[in-house]
Design a protein around this ligand. Sequence first.
Ligand code: BG6
Length: 298
Amino acid sequence: VDIVGSGPSSKVVATLPSGESVEVLLYGATVTSWKSNGGQTENLWLSEKAALDGTKAVRGGIPVVFPVFGPPPKSGHPTSSLPQHGFARTSRWEFLGKSASEDALGSNSVKLDFGLETSGVSDEARKAWPLDFALQYSVTLTKDSLQTVVNVRNEGEQSFEFQFLLHTYLRVNDISKVTINGLLGVEYIDKVLNATTHQQADMSLKITGETDRVYKSIPQDTTSVLEDGKPLFDVVRDNLQDTVVWNPWVEKAAAMGDFAPNDGFKNMVCVEVGTVDGWQKLDKGEVFEGGQIIKSLL
Ligand code: BG6
């Protein structure tokens, strides 16, 4: 009953009694919509040309990146034959169920659980990364927040290394008025500047051109997105130390076939929490858990 549609475009939709809602495509377990303020405010940016039929990773929402972030190491790493950002975002996940709850103060929440195991990925991906894993991904909606948490388990005999990231496309009204706080003093790799290392010197990061930065080992828990000086979102990391800030700007946006409208980059910024600097290692039977809470503050 909770699954809407059938085939590759099926999704799970959950709504709170107060009107807030979330939509998760089974393909990639990609959150494609999250509305707060009684359902009035869409918090995620989704390209008008995003493929929602399972033919391509979704351009927008919250794609799940696993087991490698970005282009994999050229050779010599078990992930080397995988596509950019791995296979989780292009695999069909299983819907494991929905649980609704109400706390003592009468606040409602709903949690959706999704699973992906080795047997659920394409033959191609399994051949490229022949390791036994199980992912569980929980998406919890409250009145003013969305929590997304992954649990990674090594189900095999062999240990493995992975990276993980939540590629969240936050919706903003006007990127020229956006500032991102909570990264002061943090070292980052600037992918726009030949992957050189820098340190965040300003309290507020402004997006004024193509931006593609990997902030590493961030001591602060929260990255805040403000517009016109007003807090829009707090992105709170849980057991994830890194955050990518990405905006393709004019040329890169135009070069992506599934990015629309062309000036859509003015209405989005990706704040992507993850563990992408180096590798997480799991031995047989071990588990890793990490995620985020995004608070909608408007
Ligand atoms: C970001 C990367 O996380 O994702 C960028 O840092 C990349 O380098 C962007 O361009 C989009 O990736 P993709 O594979 O979805 O086009």
